[in-house]
Design a protein. Sequence first.
Length: 299
Amino acid sequence: MNKPKAIIFAAAILVWTACTNNNNTSFDASGSFEADETIISAEATGLIKRLDIEEGQSLKAGQVVGYIDSVQLDLKKKQLEAQLTAILGRKPDISVQLSALQEQLRTAEKERERIGNLVKGDAATPKQLDDINAQIVVLEKQIDAQKSSLSISSEGLSKDARTLMVQIEQLEDQLRKCKITNPQDGTILTQYAEVNEMTATGKPLYKIADLSSIFLRAYISGNQLPKLKLNQNVTVLTDDGDGGFKETEGSVVWINDKAEFTPKTIQTKEERANRVYAIKVMVKNDGSYKIGMYGEVKF
């Protein structure tokens, strides 16, 4: 083969290879990766005494990562507990305080039975029986009055005690919130606070996201919309760093039901259609996918 023919043949091979690569790497939509991010905020006001976190750190749900100064809350709780103990100590023991009158009543009832038998044998007068009956009535009324008074006093102290117990429960809730507890599995993306800084309820401490699954937000045209459905498997392509593409299977988990204008940085297969629909494709993340990374979708 002479030299001109060899050059033409080589050029033809390059063109064919480029066309082949273009066909292999064509895509139907493109976008960037994102994750469900959660900002964790303080639930108490005070000085941050400990905060064992750093950006990029993986955390588990329920993991305690720090705490906010709670000395004053703890002292207030101890004060209320002492007041509660004092109130409960003043509650009367109704059964003990009525025992003396009840014993007198039992004695009087026995005496009435004895006098009744004597009256039947004409050994005692009816007046003696009437007197003991009157005494029993007086004792019963004294017992009822004493029981009512003690019950009212006990109920009043119980109400005071319940008020204090509610206040103690409120303080215990505030003390629990002084512990900075991570609510979900994920990786810290951004840290907003440091140890020895003052924080307040609702002030952000850090941002976290579960990166085990990541989402590619892409945009499709109205003509492409009928080709997609929820839970449909699609192919996600990303640069592999060596000039090629890494392919991964993803699942369509969300399709916007309203059209929107094409974002400036996003293009669909039809070169910036006027109106597009956003979709989310979930991809299992092996660590190679990052938030903000560019990706493409084939379906």
